[in-house]
Write a protein that binds this ligand. Structure first.
Ligand SMILES: *Cc1c(COP(=O)(O)O)cnc(C)c1O
Length: 521
């Protein structure tokens, strides 16, 4: 029996005609590398994806029983390999449609839930170009243009960041988590110069890092990987905007020192994952300077605000950090992964990895190897990810990035105002970026636990209805609803629709379960 998930609109006749041309669509190796064959598959995919982009209906996610997707994908895998070009086209179209239909609908105004977005369409085409040309970017000889462009984009973005122009360095990494790990490794090696050769045990010290209570899990994971140990993470309290309470940092560091911990690095967020909060970098840079600490900014989510003249001042003091993680695949709207790791000092960028491997690293740099990235990044084969950021930058400059971010941040503030004025909702913080957390308040008062469980149930049901996709986050131990605006086509009308949907769902829950304390755990 054919899986109900596999279906496809009829192939357009002109396309079908193209696919039944004389040559190039058999299963022979030469057929598969045929240039016309490539052109036809690309045309088919572009045709389908253009329709996908054009669909502006409100839809979040069609959450599907994995058994159904497994059955459909198994059928596509084991259903035989057709030797007829039209059937190849048919199967390829079925795969694209299945892929598109089962994804979070990131181009829809109903999508408000996560930190990824539909990228600028041109950047997706650049990814296709990069995949065909295959120029891995750790070594200049393998990726000449990407390595040169990395220098150029480092300089372009540093105009907004403000590190010393003749001293800073930038390297791309496969994701913000890896950038955070790399920066902490550099910080560790600066403080414990013997650690690379002899391990941490040789120092006789108890290395520790200090982080915001809201820090991303990749930082605490990095501490585990680096041998710092999760128990040697000093948690810094946050204020009611969920930013590091700068006034309490010195006391927390003194207490850590009294416990025998050797704190070498302070990690703060430029846009925390949970609420988008921007930590007070100027105050933290003062403390880091005073105590000789490495200050790392995790700007995976929010560093992009730098490109907007209107939003940049929210990141005051960022130019004083030692290192900065900046994900272009989040708020620069390019395909994942595309992350940049900036160091204020070039010498610091060489501290993370201290290996010598004669087959790749030349002892003395020549004009070519001077452009190699490999000494600064963990990857050996690395996606030439900078290309998908550089191409739109070269075509349009910074303006579309700034414009989109400004629209998203304005929408978030407007949503905050809407929630403030609604008697049955409460926003939980003023937004620093494009993330906002809030709770729905039912007519009868509930204790914190029951209120949190109600938010979870609301989120689950909203997702199941398939129109809106929002997320959930725990703040101070209790669940809250969370929106992340990544789609500039969302308007206040959509926000009102979402709130009404939440009200309807909450009403249904109350009808079914008059005693909220009995909500499922
Ligand atoms: C998303 C995020 C990360 C992780 O980045 P990836 O690119 O997903 O690996 C780290 N820190 C913050 C603040 C984030 O929002």
């Amino acid at each position: 029996m054919r899986s109900e998930l596999i279906s496809v609109r009829d192939l357009p006749t002109d396309r079908a005609t193209v696919f039944s041309s004389e040559h190039g669509d058999g299963n022979g190796l030469e057929d598969l590398f045929d240039a016309d064959c490539f052109a036809r598959y690309a045309a088919l995919a572009v045709d389908r994806l253009a329709d996908h982009l054009a669909d502006q209906s409100i839809r979040g996610l069609a959450l599907t029983d994995p058994a159904l997707i497994l059955a459909a994908a198994t059928e596509l895998t084991q259903g035989g390999t057709p030797d007829n070009p039209e059937l190849h086209a048919q199967k390829f179209a079925e795969i694209i449609d299945l892929y598109a239909r089962t994804g979070i609908q990131v181009y829809s105004p109903g999508y408000m839930g996560r930190q990824f977005s539909g990228p600028f369409p041109v950047t997706a085409v650049v990814d296709l170009v990069s995949a065909v040309l295959t120029q891995p970017a750790s070594f200049y000889e393998a990726g000449q243009l990407p390595n040169v462009v990395e220098r150029i984009m480092g300089g372009e973005l540093n105009r907004f960041l403000g590190f010393p122009a003749d001293q800073f360095a930038m390297v791309t990494t496969s994701g913000g988590s890896l950038a955070n790990l790399t920066a902490l490794l550099a910080a560790r090696n600066r403080r414990y110069p013997e650690a690379w050769a002899k391990g941490l045990a040789g120092s006789g010290l108890r290395p520790a890092i200090a982080v915001s209570d809201d820090v991303h899990y990749s930082i605490t994971r990095a501490a585990g990987i680096l041998g710092i140990g999760e128990e040697h993470i000093v948690r810094l309290p946050v204020d009611n905007g969920r930013r590091i309470a700068a006034g309490e940092v010195r006391g927390a560091l003194d207490a850590a020192a009294a416990r025998g911990l050797d704190v070498f690095c302070l990690v703060a967020s430029a846009g925390s994952t949970s609420v988008g909060a921007i930590d007070p970098f100027d105050a933290l840079a003062d403390i880091a300077a005073e105590r000789g600490l490495w200050l790392h900014a995790d700007g995976a989510h929010g560093a992009s605000l730098l490109v907007s003249d209107r939003l940049r001042s929210r990141l005051g003091g960022l130019e004083r950090v030692d290192s900065l993680t900046w994900d272009a695949h989040k708020t620069m709207f390019v395909p994942a992964a595309c992350t940049m790791l900036f160091y204020r000092e070039r010498t610091a960028s060489l501290m993370a990895f201290q290996q010598e491997a004669s087959y790749v690293f030349e002892k003395t740099a020549d004009i070519y190897t001077a452009f190699d990235a490999a000494e600064k990044n963990f990857e050996c084969t690395k996606r030439p990810m900078i290309m998908s950021l550089w191409v739109p930058w070269a075509l349009y400059g910074s303006a579309p990035f700034a414009e989109k971010l400004e629209l998203l941040c304005d929408l978030t503030e407007e949503t905050h105002a809407i929630l403030t004025h609604a008697p049955d909702f409460v926003p939980l913080h003023r937004p620093d970026t494009n993330i906002l957390c809030f709770r729905y308040l039912p007519p009868e008062p509930l204790d914190d636990d029951a209120l949190g469980r109600l938010q979870c149930e609301i989120r689950t049901r909203i997702r199941a209805r398939g129109e809106f996709f929002i997320s959930k986050v725990d703040l101070d131990g209790h669940a809250a609803l969370r929106v992340v605006f990544m789609n500039h086509r969302i308007t206040p009308e959509h926000i009102h629709l979402l709130l009404n949907e939440i009200r309807a769902v909450a009403h249904a829950i109350r009808e079914e379960q008059p005693h909220h304390k009995e909500l499922p755990q």
